[in-house]
Design a protein around this ligand. Structure first.
Ligand SMILES: [Zn+2]
Length: 151
């Protein structure tokens, strides 16, 4: 009778703990002789027991690294979202300054002076400048990240 690997793998824990019937034991030993896959599976039980301590240490180190990476990433993301927010806000402010300037229009006052909302022009330029600087910082930041990752 040919037993499937899945049945053997189900029985392996019992075999390893020495609580399976003699019949099952014989079946497993017979199968392992011809099946490297299941032999390897049985070896894993040995390795698991021996490696529990070192594996736990490894897990702790991995967890510590993961937390470190997450906090690092979070800090970087905070910087990015700050710059992104500044960019979006200043672009909107710049555009609305231009729109406000155009919407308000100009008119000639009674005394003959031309009245315009000139204040919106430097405002638009100022916000435009801020958005350019933010975009440049974002580009520089992502470039630093890109080349930092490649190392
Ligand atoms: Zn097998």
């Amino acid at each position: 009778m040919k037993i499937s690997c899945n049945i053997i793998k189900d029985l392996l824990p019992l075999y390893y703990d020495d609580i399976c019937s003699n019949e099952s034991r014989k079946l497993i030993e017979e199968h392992i002789k011809t099946c490297d896959d299941c032999k390897l599976e049985l070896k894993k039980y040995d390795m698991k027991l021996e490696g529990v301590d070192s594996m736990n240490n490894e897990i702790n180190i991995n967890e510590a690294n993961m937390i470190k990476n997450i906090s690092k990433k979070w800090k970087r993301d905070k910087k990015t979202s700050f710059l992104l927010g500044t960019t979006i806000v200043s672009i909107i402010a710049s555009i609305s300054s231009i729109i406000a300037y155009n919407a308000h229009g100009s008119y000639v006052a009674e005394d003959g002076r031309l009245v315009e909302m000139f204040a919106f022009i430097p405002l638009a330029f100022l916000f435009g400048l801020i958005s350019v600087i933010s975009i440049a910082s974002l580009v520089v930041l992502s470039l630093i990240r890109y080349f930092g990752k490649q190392k």
